[in-house]
Write a protein that binds this ligand. Sequence first.
Ligand SMILES: *Cc1c(COP(=O)(O)O)cnc(C)c1O
Length: 379
Amino acid sequence: MIKAPNIAAFNPPRRILMGPGPSDVHPQVLAAQAKPTIGHLDPLFITMMDELKQLLQYAFQTRNEMTLAVSAPGSAGMETCFVNLLQPGDSVIVCRNGVFGERMRQNVVRCGATAITVDNAWGEPVSPAAVEQALKDHPEVKFVAFVHAETSTGALSDAKTLCALAKKYNCLSIVDAVTSLGGSELRVDDWGIDAIYAGSQKCLSCVPGLSPVSFSPAAVEVIKARTVPVQSWFLDQSLVMAYWSGGAKRSYHHTAPVNALYALHESLRLLAAEGLEQAWQRHNDMHQLLKTGLEPLGLNFVVAQESRLPQLNAVFIPEGVDDAAVRKQLLEDYNLEIGAGLGDLAGKAWRIGLMGYAAKRENVALCLQALQNVLVKSA
Ligand SMILES: *Cc1c(COP(=O)(O)O)cnc(C)c1O
């Protein structure tokens, strides 16, 4: 017998989460998650799932039937899009201007497809001109994949223009909206996005672990016309849809994360009550407020003004300042989490998130005050 360890219940502190995600979870969302678990084929649960789909269609601004939440984090939403749409031998343009574009490329390769990369420097948006050149040079390409809001750098790319380009060259678009959904303007139907995935824990301010996805009718046709089965049983949308769109005939695929879906339902209800455009505006307003306070502290933005993400503010760490020590002190003295730099920006930048419920005046004020105090001490 291995002896039972004597361990106390876990009591996390109440932190203020202003990093790249997870973001602060709204108290109503936490409360929703604590409601009684019911069966995932219970008629009342199915009604909740139908509402959840309507709420997701609103958040994405789409009428796509195939709109649902993958039972796993944003990375699984990414993988869902690639494994369902790509077949071995397909060619895909993958735009890289940060960490997540490179992950898309790895997904493409693992599908047995060919990735044609279009690179932009970290901190820059994806260049539509470079994408168009790649489309001209590679008439065999079937898909264009890019990250709308690059969380590793804080750059926003022009999804509307990039998707229009994909369409012009008869390609489908695959869009990472993990950090943009709920925080930046995003219109799936108007912009002609074919496959999109997001995350629960960024601007939706829901608990981590779910990935909203949506597929256009054209993308659904591609999935239906597959000759090679999707290599992932779990992520195969043709099987998952029997569960999400079956109405009363819904049949078992996997046990839905029941309580996490209550939380997503509540977070999307809160978004709908605020209004999508109002939420986008609030993220912008809080970004402006933060920016006004950051610059006098000598903290300069990584990304040029015109392509800055309001919900992810990457700033250079001033010369001589100890990156890890500052973040440790913010956490210990202020219960405040900001993000470290990732990839090329590791040790060089901080990433200050203003996502969802965390995008509010009190947080901006606290963050500025705390940074000022800590930077004065460390100078
Ligand atoms: C966070 C993030 C992901 C990955 O989401 P996980 O929930 O961490 O798996 C993918 N793309 C972008 C742009 C992200 O910010």
